[in-house]
Design a protein around this ligand. Structure first.
Ligand code: UDP
Length: 360
């Protein structure tokens, strides 16, 4: 009999990770993947477009839970996921990353004594004010199989006392996704032409972390610092950021193009042709490196510390002077040589094989 694996997704970065892992799971006839969508991200351009463009199988269960506070969402998700797990009786549950959907999946699964696998285990910002950090720490400590993307993530788990046999260093699934979709994006995306952008003539910016959007002083500092950019700015707006900007009547200089969130193929096209990327996104920091584009990180710390160590990423915090200086620095800096710090693009295959081995 095939072994059922429930995969919990709910937010944009999880769809992207699931796209490549789902294909790898499908290569094993002994495994049956059952996708559960919590509904955390529900807009078409934050959810449906990824399922369509990236060929992700349709979720068997849609929980339609979103729009509430962290506590409300997580609580409702735990209850609903418990029901799904009891009904499906899976051999294991797999969760991705660090969102409320991740934590809800982790709690529901571990309380039912079902094996739990966590993809992107061991990442730490060491900033417990971030909801994502709480989700990561708690999920890792109830997981049975921890798929870590980097050596620093493995070291974090060791120092927190996680039993070494549970930890597998597999590299980063987002590298697999970039490898699988960059060429497709070059062929199919028309976004550069649509926005009349010449390659290497613009800065791509994303801001969506709660610590940035919900703090007026930080958000204003970013807008001021970004105003000093030598390049016009393309800013696909996360719904949370758009709401904040509207609620607070924030205005942007003329060289900012505020656009709706884009699908993955358009994002690959925008990233790979950008002169520089400025972001508070975890995924976008790594994608900048994969595309060989310099990255300025709009946060006080990062989980992807290797990128700062090798000079691919500059951390500026909410400091408008540091941000403005970083634009000058990245303009003159030598391109960072590529290194395989996040694996060789076989992460998703290693995860599927690791899961099957664990269940056999
Ligand atoms: N992304 C996208 N369209 C956008 C903005 C981001 O496809 O308009 C992709 C991006 O390429 C990356 C992922 O979404 O793969 C990052 O998600 P997000 O920044 O929401 O979350 P984080 O990585 O910070 O958890």
């Amino acid at each position: 009999m095939r072994k059922k694996v429930i995969v919990v997704v709910g937010a944009r970065p999880q769809f992207i990770k699931a796209a490549v892992v789902s294909k790898a799971l499908a290569d094993h006839s002994a495994l049956e993947e059952i996708i559960v969508h919590t509904g955390q991200h529900f807009d078409d351009n934050m959810s449906r477009v990824f399922f369509e463009q990236m060929g992700i199988p349709q979720p068997r269960h849609n929980l339609a839970i979103g729009g509430g506070s962290h506590g409300q969402n997580t609580g409702r998700m735990i209850e609903a996921l418990e029901g799904v797990i009891l009904a499906e009786q899976p051999a294991a549950v797999l969760v991705y990353g660090d969102t409320d959907s991740t934590l809800a999946g982790a709690i529901a699964t571990s309380k039912l004594n079902i094996p739990l696998a966590h993809v992107e285990a061991g990442l730490r910002s060491f900033n417990r004010r971030m909801p994502e950090e709480i989700n990561r720490v708690l999920t890792d400590h109830v997981s049975d199989l921890l798929f870590a993307p980097s050596e620093s993530a493995v070291a974090n788990l060791h120092s927190e006392g996680v039993a070494p046999p549970k930890i597998k260093l597999v590299g980063d699934v987002m590298f697999d996704a970039v490898q699988a979709f960059t060429e497709v994006a070059k062929r199919e995306s028309t976004i550069l032409a649509d926005l009349a952008l010449a390659p290497k003539s613009y800065a791509l910016v994303t801001i969506h972390r709660k610590e940035n959007t919900d703090d007026d002083a930080r958000l204003s500092a970013f807008i001021e610092g970004l105003s000093q950019s030598p390049f016009p700015i393309v800013l696909p707006l996360h719904p949370r950021t758009r709401k904040r900007i509207a609620d607070h009547g924030l205005t942007f200089p003329a060289h900012f193009s505020l656009i709706d969130p884009v699908g993955y193929l358009d994002m690959m096209a925008l990233e790979s042709s950008a002169a520089v990327i400025a972001t508070d996104s975890g995924g976008v920091q790594k994608e900048a490196y994969f595309h060989g584009v310099p990255c300025i990180t709009l946060r006080d710390e990062t989980e992807w510390v290797e990128l700062v160590d090798i000079g691919a990423n500059v951390l500026v915090g909410a400091d408008k002077v540091a941000l403005s200086n970083a634009f000058t620095q990245t303009r003159t800096a030598e391109p960072v040589a590529k290194r395989d710090i996040y694996g060789d693009g076989s992460s998703s295959r290693q995860i599927a094989a690791g899961l099957l081995e664990y269940l056999s």
